[in-house]
Design a protein around this ligand. Sequence first.
Ligand code: N01
Length: 554
Amino acid sequence: MASVAMNGGISADGAQRKLDAIIIGAGFSGMYQLHCLRDRLGLNAVVLEAADGVGGTWYWNRYPGARCDSESHSYCFQFSDELLTEWEWSERYPGQAEILRYMNFVADKLDLKRDIRFKTRVVGARYDEAANRWTVTTEGGETLTAKYLITAVGCLSSANVPKIPGLETFEGDWYHTGLWPHEGVDFSGKRVGQIGTGSTGIQAVPVIAQTAKTLTVFQRTANYSVPAHNAPLSPERKRELKERLAETRRTMRSTPNGHPFVIENRSVFDVDDDERLRIFEKQWEMGGLQFRAAFKDILLDKKANDEAANFLKNKIRQIVKDPETAEKLANIDHPYSTKRPPIDSFYFDTYNKPHVKLVDVRSDPIEAITPKGIRLKSGEEHELDIIVFATGFDAMTGSLLRLNITGRGGRTLSESWKAGPTNYLGLQVSGFPNLFTITGPGSPSVLCNMPVPIEQHVEWITDCIDYMRRHDVEAIEATPEAMDRWVAHVNDAANATLMPQAGHSWYLGANVPGKPRVFMPYAGGMARYRGICDDVAAKGYEGFEMTRASAMAK
Ligand code: N01
């Protein structure tokens, strides 16, 4: 053990200790990666985190209604029975504040915070070929160096505020859901406008409507949603979940999306119309993301998808009383679940409130933000006191590119990814030795219940570094050929589904003007992906070039 107290890579006397690994980000990924490298492998590792606390996405996303769409018993670390048994969730779906408490519980339990440097934003990382080390620069101008650089920056952490002319002239207040003020926002007596109806916007609308004087929702793309049916967990349910920990873990590891439910082994047209309706009704009553698990072909066959889509559109028409508003909400242009499917708590019902209004900005786009509010192309102006941007993220690549990473030969990651992200297994990019990207593009990540791919990635990276140390390997780097094969496989996996048909989804990068259109996550399923990664490791890290110490010295 070190004799001087360490804090985030700096010893008490201010000197920097020689680091083996720098991890960027203290969300689920960074916390577990630190635990694995430090406590399992005995490495000197530090986490650099921009925020002043752990939590990652749950630290920043404090918007009204922020809640996880994965069920609480599955939205947590599975690697430790102790953590699983000691922690108790209160609701079916965990709210933001409870998740943050959970993450602090884990960080304290594993004594992680002493090796996390908070309020330390990384602004650059450069690979030094001669030294085989990464030099990381922080916003405060410090530099730290380490052999391994591991990004744990999340897939949805680079907020996307659309460049609408006139925002700077707005006399009211505006907020992005992903950068929400910690002290909260008081909507009472205010005329609120919300742009965006993705998973976030759909969660925020019912809560903002509770206190706002008026709420105007600006909808560009209508969206499906299934009720979450969130509720406190009863003592019986809590007991049952504790008794079934091992079974839940097994299910989560065997399903394509890491959720604790299985996809039924039947097709939509295996059953007649009445039976299908009965099944959809049952799923609707059950609520949550498992709606899509009622049949195995909803994401594969357009006709099958139409059945689910029409059922959900009819639900909107039944819930929303004003037919014109109902039609705007049900006028959905993409197959169900080809964009991330939201779940909600009284989203559509909220439009029955007299002070809540829906504006279709597909037919009449937002032209400008004025000092008084939002003006549409037709000239119609909406006067507002507060604008909420629920406009999503520069997903999957945004948070990596803003780290300004430079690899071998001075080549930057943004140059390498000019035409879209390319890598091997979502984990490594050729030209960037010893850089690992947890849940990078090309990995299943966002198509899953996130803790599952995160744990798998972290464990794979840990095993890989352990292997390197035991085999005298100094550097690992994906080969260009392995990358090309993987990118082709990622494309094939996406094209085998209906997902690329949602042309404006953030899966394709289409929500950010100028971003290359590439289907980013791996749609082949988590269980299959895990098998591929295991196989690569079992074959001595096939597709990676390993440089031994003896070769380095030459
Ligand atoms: O972002 P989004 P999000 N003018 O990109 C609209 C995860 N999440 O923050 O579809 C007008 O999905 C945009 O319209 P369009 C989850 O993975 C998880 O809601 O581009 N509108 C869309 O309606 C989710 O998928 C949980 O036409 C504009 C909305 O803004 C991901 O986060 C909870 C616009 C953006 O939707 C992102 O969801 C919540 C413009 N200029 C979220 N620009 C969990 O449960 C954008 N829009 C863990």
